[in-house]
Design a protein around this ligand. Structure first.
Ligand SMILES: [Zn+2]
Length: 198
């Protein structure tokens, strides 16, 4: 979302009151926001992270930050283990994802309020699903923007998504095949992104 400043602002307006961002994720984003990358991709990543820091973590827009307690640690351990056991999972640390899933699972169990994980990480989505937590990735969020704003064309969304994928991408199998993913079908009856946004 940081690829274009107005998308981060749009996200805050559309979902602001419902978003929770644990400290470990803020730390990861702030680390990415450090300037001085050698390649163009690194510089774009730093610029995107900087836009997210400004929109999500400064001033009034600061999202609530749920914290783990010692009772949550066995769940975090179990989730880390599960993430490591996925194909290709051995090579990653998974700290942020494990904490996110544990916090969402705890909240869902305690309050009965449906939780949704926002992540491009395919492994995290597999493990979150075991806790009855669905995942939305970058294209899903863009599709919700397109539903809310007819001025945002499917072609524009596709271009934004391609550009975002250079920095962080969902697994190839979950990416939309064409523009139709960003076309609201609410007027014709059912629309996935519209239903998800509720
Ligand atoms: Zn729609």
């Amino acid at each position: 979302m940081g690829i274009i400043q107005h998308l981060a602002g749009r996200f805050v307006r559309q979902h602001g009151g419902r978003v929770r961002v644990p400290r470990i994720i803020e730390r990861e984003v702030r680390n990415h926001a450090r300037p001085g990358g050698a390649t163009e991709r690194e510089q774009r990543k730093a610029a995107a992270a900087t836009a997210i820091v400004a929109a999500f973590f400064l001033g009034k827009s600061r999202f609530p930050q749920p914290e783990l307690s010692t009772e949550d640690l066995p769940t975090v351990e179990r989730i880390m283990e599960a993430l490591k056991n996925l194909p290709g999972g051995m090579n990653k640390t998974h700290g942020g994802e494990a904490e996110l899933i544990a916090l969402a699972a705890r909240e869902q169990k305690a309050t009965g309020t449906r939780q949704v994980l926002l992540s491009n990480d395919g492994g995290a989505s597999v493990v979150a699903a075991r806790y009855q937590i669905p995942t939305r990735h970058a294209a899903d969020v863009l599709a919700e923007f397109a539903c809310a704003d007819p001025g945002l064309s499917p072609t524009e969304c596709t271009a934004l998504f391609r550009s975002a994928c250079e920095i962080s991408a969902p697994p190839v199998v979950s990416r939309p095949a064409d523009d139709s993913a960003f076309t609201c079908s609410h007027a014709n009856g059912l629309c996935g992104p519209c239903d998800n946004a509720e």
